[in-house]
Write a protein that binds this ligand. Structure first.
Ligand SMILES: Cc1cc2nc3c(=O)[nH]c(=O)nc-3n(C[C@H](O)[C@H](O)[C@H](O)COP(=O)(O)O)c2cc1C
Length: 740
């Protein structure tokens, strides 16, 4: 496309990378004059789901063309050119953003380039020019109010756009609070936004909500009779093309087409062998009361989820086993490096049994291994990109690309409701949609996955192109704090994962009464558990190697290997090893601290001077869920012995809070308060670093409040001084949080 409009872009600085697409070019390729551009910045997929819903709904319900974009893939500096381009071409464009906040008020990984560029522009003070003065925008920020920097990215973006002269077409911006009800917030925002959009585009269409069969699938499915092996995706994420695995010298390795040594990153994870895995809890259970409106509490799904061994129902109570896994992941020959405190991304896949179950419920078991592609449906105005890498088999799409384990959201119920002729089922879907409109919190009742819903509503027949193209979100990587130090073993990286399991109650479509118990497993921890269990079988690895074959319809990534990549974190030990550290990490919050302690042990064995190292750890009971107890005790003994032998040693103090050992609930913050004087001395006089890891909702806040209280009671500070102290500690990198 020839650009015959000019803006002096030089002074705004280069966009961070030059491999970006041009959205102006794509805008130019379509005939429509009125267009909404929809960008999303997401880490775990919520912003993408909202952006997709928004984009689809304005196509379907408002009949306005929209284009949906992953912000990472586009040169966002074109925003500055957009007003002029529109003027010249007579286009009417609204840009919309769905942006999540991560870390401590940071952008998501896919928004980093955009964010860097924006910051650079702000530093260069371009707002003098009001470069966006003819740009109309919409913004929905996603965050969680328990974080200090709530919706920082959304708020900051709104501030910058306003400064640059942009105009929000609804006069404000939306925010979704994950701590309360993001979906409800989104619904409210849409209700305000849709009439404004129609008004803006002077459209005569009304928002059509209740008309049936409005939904037009975005794609048609095409079955490929045969396909070149090399083109068929078998579950890999990389844009660089399919991967193959081979086996040589006792090791499985990736057969790489490129002669260069492979660099592994988020788009191309490394398939790592799990070299060791073990259970860390003993006899630990969670108990839930079964409410009186559950008519028939019996276990369901027990074949696929091993429920009989995990849950018990007795006396109106359901008891679910708590388990925590330790996995050592082998990263030798990968070139991967990490630091203690970094995160590892794990790319989970769906449970094989549930995939088979879904295939059967969809009535397409016979087509599971057919190679397909999705092609744009000419009848649809939708411009969404499919969430799967194509061509691939239907089984591959449902195993590796699409999250079939996620609870359905309202938009999905709306789509599904188009695909049943059964009056009971229709009534059921209408009820859910109505209930949600009355109060979005009602969705709590309808937490179910697609396979669960199809079991309840067998007359619902959703075409596979809708399931693959419109219905299911993509599987997003899950992040874990690494629980080891590379200093101890550069070829191993460990994770500590508590298995996510909780009870669910299903309804039957005919009476809307809760009537069956289902126990639900988290996607990634369920996957880790499958690997753990498989590795307990003798000969598991040999069997996996035998399964590596080269028939395209049978090809899959090695089943027992974990696709991983590293995400750097600012949660780091002080470079000066002599400084004391205070670590507070109950439950799996201990993970990075295991790495920190390993690293300090390594330092001392190298004869370095290491400062006082204190860990506050909390759990229920020392005999059930005290993570790494033996290991920690043995390290304390080793240090004691070093002292006795007049070798260099350091003080490792483990202070425990066991919440269920006595009648009184004791948590880490209580133990912290008991040691107030020592904590204060370490902070004020010894330049200690403080680290908090674990639950963001309660623990992290209570711990910070406790430290503030120590500053007041022991340090004699007033409220103002305490605020300054905490800000100062954060600024100087002496107060770190890794919370979720
Ligand atoms: C590790 C982590 C850090 C987070 N940091 C923040 C934050 O600083 N501010 C905020 O408002 N929300 C924060 N959140 C909450 C997310 O923004 C929120 O859950 C959002 O809905 C996620 O959207 P996504 O699925 O599109 O990534 C954080 C969440 C996690 C897991």
């Amino acid at each position: 496309m020839e650009k015959n409009y000019t803006v002096d872009l030089d002074k705004y600085g280069e966009y961070p990378r030059d491999d970006k697409e041009s959205f102006i070019k794509e805008l130019n390729d379509i005939e429509e004059k009125d267009v909404v551009l929809v960008f999303f910045g997401t880490q775990t997929g919520t912003a993408e789901e909202f952006a997709t819903t928004f984009s689809q709904e304005i196509n379907e319900k408002l009949h306005i063309q929209s284009l949906l974009y992953d912000i990472e893939e586009y040169d966002m500096s074109e925003l500055l050119e957009l007003p002029l381009y529109c003027k010249e071409k007579g286009k009417n464009v609204v840009v919309s953003f769905f942006m999540s906040t991560y870390g401590e008020g940071e952008p998501t990984d896919n928004a980093i380039d955009f964010w860097e560029w924006l910051q650079n522009c702000v530093e260069n003070d371009v707002n003098e020019d009001k470069p966006l003065k003819d740009l109309n925008y919409l913004l929905f920020g996603l965050g969680n109010k328990t974080y200090e920097m709530y919706d920082f990215v959304g708020r900051e973006l709104n501030r910058i756009f306003k400064n640059w002269g942009g105009a929000s077409i609804i006069g404000e911006f939306g925010e979704g609070d994950d701590n309360e009800d993001t979906e409800g917030d989104f619904q409210e925002w849409k209700e305000k936004t849709y009439p404004c959009l129609l008004k803006y585009f002077q459209s005569n269409t009304n928002v059509v909500e209740d008309e049936k069969n409005l939904f037009v699938p975005s794609f048609n499915i095409k079955y490929l009779d045969s396909s070149n092996d090399k083109d068929v995706f078998i579950g890999e994420l990389s844009h660089n093309g399919p991967r193959r695995w081979g086996y040589k010298d006792n090791a499985i390795f990736e057969l790489n087409n490129s002669p260069n040594k492979q660099e592994y990153d988020a788009k191309h994870p490394f398939y790592a062998k799990v070299s060791q895995s073990k259970q860390l809890f003993q006899d630990c259970y969670d108990s839930y009361n079964i409410s009186s409106n559950v008519k028939d509490s019996k276990l369901y799904d027990h074949d696929t989820l091993d429920a009989k061994n995990i849950c018990k129902i007795e006396n109106n109570k359901i008891t679910i086993k708590r388990e925590c896994l330790h996995l050592d992941i082998d990263i030798s020959n990968s070139n991967i490096t990490y630091n203690a405190g970094d995160h590892v991304a794990i790319y989970a896949r769906n449970n094989e049994f549930i995939v088979n179950e879904l295939l059967s419920l969809l009535g397409i078991s016979d087509k599971a291994d057919s190679i397909i592609t999705l092609e744009k449906n000419p009848k649809s105005k939708s411009h969404i990109a499919a969430n799967i890498s194509m061509p691939c088999t239907i089984r591959t799409a449902l195993t590796y690309y699409l999250d079939i384990n996620a609870n359905l959201k309202i938009r999905q119920f709306e789509i599904i409701s188009n695909y049943t002729e059964n009056l009971e089922e229709q009534k059921y879907y209408n009820n859910i949609i109505e209930d949600f409109k009355n109060n979005s919190a009602n969705m709590e009742k309808y937490q179910k996955t697609l396979p669960q819903l199809l079991k309840e509503c067998p007359e619902t027949k959703i075409p596979i192109e809708v399931v693959l193209g419109d219905l299911l979100p993509r599987i997003m990587p899950r992040y874990y704090s690494i629980s080891s130090s590379p200093k101890t073993n550069p070829n191993t990286l460990s994770i500590t994962a508590i298995l996510v399991r909780y009870p669910h109650f299903t309804t039957s479509s005919s009476d809307l009464q809760l009537n069956k118990m289902v126990y639900k497993e988290g996607l990634c921890t369920g996957y880790l558990n499958t690997i753990y269990k498989s590795l307990q079988n003798e000969g598991a690895i040999e069997q996996m190697i035998n399964e590596l074959n080269y028939e395209v319809t049978n090809l899959h990534p090695p089943k027992l290997m974990l696709p991983i990549s590293i995400r750097e974190s600012s949660f780091k030990l002080p470079r000066d090893t002599t400084l004391p550290i205070i670590m507070i990490g109950p439950g799996t919050g201990i993970a990075p601290f295991r790495g920190f302690i390993q690293e300090r042990m390594w330092e001392i064995r190298q004869n370095k001077t290491v400062g006082k190292t204190i860990l506050f750890f909390g759990c229920r009971n020392r005999n059930q869920d005290y993570l790494y107890r033996e290991e920690l005790e043995s390290l304390c003994n080793e240090l004691e012995e070093r002292k006795n032998q007049n070798k260099k040693s350091f003080e490792l103090q483990i202070i425990n809070a066991f919440s269920r050992e006595t009648n009184k609930k004791v948590y880490v913050q209580h133990r912290l308060a008991e040691h107030g004087e020592m904590i204060w001395e370490l902070i004020r006089e010894k330049r200690a670093h403080i680290y908090i890891c674990g639950d963001a909702n309660n623990m992290a806040k209570d711990v910070q409040a406790c430290i503030e209280n120590i500053a007041k009671t022991v340090g004699g500070m007033g409220d103002n001084q305490v605020n300054i102290l905490i800000k100062d500690l954060k600024l100087k990198g002496r107060f770190h949080e890794d919370v979720w």
